[in-house]
Design a protein around this ligand. Structure first.
Ligand SMILES: NC(=O)c1ccc[n+]([C@@H]2O[C@H](COP(=O)([O-])OP(=O)(O)OC[C@H]3O[C@@H](n4cnc5c(N)ncnc54)[C@H](OP(=O)(O)O)[C@@H]3O)[C@@H](O)[C@H]2O)c1
Length: 286
């Protein structure tokens, strides 16, 4: 098996590094110097060149527009891909974009899987992400060795779009959780309790989920926290989730509130920062 990996951002770089350690891999990124940093991978000058000999093509870019930019044009994936290749998009793009991409891949004779991931940068480095997969079971079996190099589980959830829908539902819950942590800490701190102690109580109790555990250092000092997941990417996911809920007629209460809260964090100037800056934005208004 030969793979191509396109999109070497905060998540893509560690995922591609793991993939390249497991199978021969060619990488491409819009900002080209990042491609040279992936140990053991060949570097391509264009997406078309990257996928020319691949059996499995993985994309990990910001959003649906970025995915289109990578697929389209004379140098794009669809211009260079061989029929029979499996295309796996692991970005968070939403179910409509996933189904539209699947149709475009089918027109090129290729199978498509939407396989967005649960977990952040640390889990990407460890290979312990969980992939939520939509698409044909046969294509998943062909792509599974590549996915297994980057994820600890590949959960097949249904037809194309199912992985994308599950990921949005999950991230809506994460956005709510993140805001709830910020509000908990703001109330504790306003009441004179040191942030570390308040966090200890949160982490030690019933709410001490893996998310609460691994965001501890980020919430300890959001101003210095390296960006694991940016506020802007979460705004994108929550907007997509709200769109899906509207289509389905599902009434949201806390989801809508989390969306409003994220908008306030972005308006305060923290869009490109880590999600933990929800706390900084809240304290600045207190
Ligand atoms: N960070 C997380 O914790 C996390 C967790 C799960 C899922 N996700 C999802 O995974 C995806 C990637 O997230 P990330 O945190 O790795 O984002 P990131 O660090 O911002 O990286 C974004 C990647 O997309 C590329 N890109 C953006 N616009 C493009 C365009 N128009 N054409 C070509 N390439 C373009 C960037 O290329 P350049 O290097 O040239 O800018 C970069 O490689 C997103 O969909 C995100 O929602 C993120």
């Amino acid at each position: 098996m030969r793979c191509a990996f396109l999109g070497l951002g905060r998540m893509g770089a560690p995922m591609a590094t793991r993939l390249a350690a497991a199978v021969p891999t060619t990488v491409w990124n819009r900002t080209s110097h990042r491609a040279a940093e992936i140990a053991g991978a060949q570097v391509a000058a264009t997406p078309a060149q990257a996928v020319a000999e691949a059996d499995v093509v993985v994309t990990m870019v910001a959003d649906g527009a970025a995915l289109s930019a990578v697929l389209d044009g004379p140098d794009g994936v669809l211009a260079g891909i061989r029929p029979g290749t499996v295309v796996v998009d692991m970005s968070t793009i939403g179910p409509d974009a996933a189904r539209a991409t699947a149709a475009r891949c089918a027109a090129a004779g290729c199978a498509f899987l939407d396989a967005p991931v649960s977990g952040s940068v640390a889990l990407a480095s460890e290979g312990t992400l969980v992939a939520m997969v939509g698409g044909p079971a046969r294509a998943l079996e062909r792509a599974r060795p590549a996915l297994a190099a980057m994820t600890r589980a590949q959960l097949h959830l249904g037809a194309q779009g199912a992985g994308a829908a599950m990921k949005l539902a999950l991230n809506l819950a994460l956005a709510v959780t993140n805001q709830a942590i910020a509000e908990t800490l703001a109330i504790a701190e306003g009441s004179g309790i040191a942030r570390e102690q308040a966090y200890e109580v949160l982490a030690a109790g019933a709410l001490g989920s893996p998310y609460v555990q691994y965001k501890r250092s980020a919430f300890a000092d959001p101003d210095q926290a390296p960006v694991a997941f940016s506020v802007d990417l979460m705004r994108k996911d929550v907007a997509l989730a709200l769109g899906v809920a509207e289509e389905l007629g599902v009434e949201l209460a806390v989801g809508d509130a989390a969306a409003d809260a994220l908008e306030r964090v972005a308006r305060a100037g923290y869009g490109a920062r880590d999600l933990s800056s929800a706390l900084t934005a809240l304290l600045a208004r207190a």
